[in-house]
Design a protein around this ligand. Structure first.
Ligand SMILES: NC(=O)c1ccc[n+]([C@@H]2O[C@H](COP(=O)([O-])OP(=O)(O)OC[C@H]3O[C@@H](n4cnc5c(N)ncnc54)[C@H](OP(=O)(O)O)[C@@H]3O)[C@@H](O)[C@H]2O)c1
Length: 323
């Protein structure tokens, strides 16, 4: 089969190559999937650079999620059968065929397109799980960083459904802007995040929870914008810079600073929680496919053009590898 693989960590542009690889075999509790579509995510670059929580095993096929049709089931792969169309999350998705554990395979309703379904196993599940972790009562104030990201779009939509008041924080030119989640209208601008947050907190008060995909030195300003007993969840490392932090910043507020990774969350989630997530998310995505916008579509042999598109297109959305 054709696969995009790498033999050592590095920049995607330099280490990825299209190769003929042996067909993988579905082992115990796994299924073999004929892959139809896969998104290119920030996590894919971290994986290829050896900076992700899942570590490559060389020669490693790139890619961590997709959608396709099951063509073989290993032993103990219960509830799944050949012919089912499934979204999945497993290393090795950027190939014609991939193997995934049944615990990371999600049957796709017929009304959902491949372009939407291929993105299901990471961002929609992450957004759902993040809000579940926050466990906020109605009308609570929620701040979401990297506010133009796909996860932020999904969080905003899910927060609306829960009656939460979401505010989005995003980069704008040389500065930063805060947007009202429901309307997308700007509510504060500033040359740095601390300035923007000071303006919002002064007018509207502090936040009960903050979901942060960025990290780095601005984490301190986020902590200062939390209410006492508030919760900051760090779930992304768009800026993985080091932070110097006094314990007093956290303890004087009785605040909770929590890390979140979808794999760790899924490892401990109950079957009921994962079922509830799918029951909430699939109808929402059927109604609003534009929550998962597609900004480019390429084949596996066009991998380098696809990577270039990810680096250069500035609109929100994902570049897909199809076929
Ligand atoms: N923990 C988990 O399990 C998990 C799961 C899914 C996603 N994630 C993480 O969630 C984040 C968002 O994912 P996504 O797929 O939604 O991303 P995306 O749609 O590709 O969007 C990335 C966004 O990040 C912004 N950005 C990039 N670098 C930044 C920086 N240094 N400071 C501030 N903003 C920055 C970009 O803003 P501009 O528009 O200003 O360029 C862009 O809007 C990523 O970090 C991803 O790795 C984590």
């Amino acid at each position: 089969m054709q696969a995009i693989m790498f033999e050592h960590p590095g920049q995607a542009e330099t280490v990825l190559a299209l190769r003929d690889m042996p067909l993988p075999v579905a082992g115990k509790g796994q299924v073999l999937i004929h892959v139809a579509a896969r998104p290119i995510q920030p996590a894919d670059f971290l994986f290829i650079e050896g900076r992700y929580r899942i570590k490559p095993v060389y020669p490693q096929v790139a890619g961590l999620e997709g959608v396709g049709t099951i063509v073989a089931c290993g032993s103990e792969a219960t509830r799944l059968e050949s012919g089912m169309r499934v979204a999945f999350r497993a290393p090795g998705a950027w190939a014609e065929f991939a193997v995934a554990p049944t615990s990371r395979v999600y049957p796709v309703p017929p009304e959902i397109s491949d372009t939407v379904a291929c993105q299901f196993a990471l961002n929609p599940l992450t957004a759902w799980a993040l809000l579940s972790e926050c466990d906020l009562p109605k009308s609570s104030r929620l701040l979401i960083t990297a506010g133009r990201s796909v996860v932020a779009r999904l969080l905003t939509r899910l927060a609306q459904g829960k009656g939460l008041a979401a505010t989005l924080l995003a980069r704008e030119g040389d500065g930063h802007v805060a947007l009202e989640g429901d309307t997308g209208q700007p509510i504060a601008r500033g040359k740095n995040i601390a300035e923007v947050l000071e303006a919002i907190v002064g007018r509207q008060g502090r936040f009960q929870a903050i979901l942060d995909a960025v990290g780095g030195a601005n984490t301190l300003a986020l902590m200062d914008a939390l209410e006492p007993r508030g919760r900051l969840i760090s779930y992304g490392i768009l800026d993985d810079g080091e932070i110097t932090l006094k314990a007093s910043r956290i303890l004087y507020k009785n605040m909770l600073w929590q890390g979140f990774g979808i794999d760790g969350w899924l490892d401990q989630a109950s079957g009921n929680e994962v079922t509830a997530a799918q029951q909430d998310l699939w109808p929402m995505l059927a109604e609003q496919a534009d929550l998962l916008p597609v900004i480019g579509s390429f084949t596996l042999p066009q991998i380098h053009s696809a990577i270039n598109a990810v680096r250069t297109i500035k609109r929100p959305g994902k570049v897909l590898l199809m076929g």
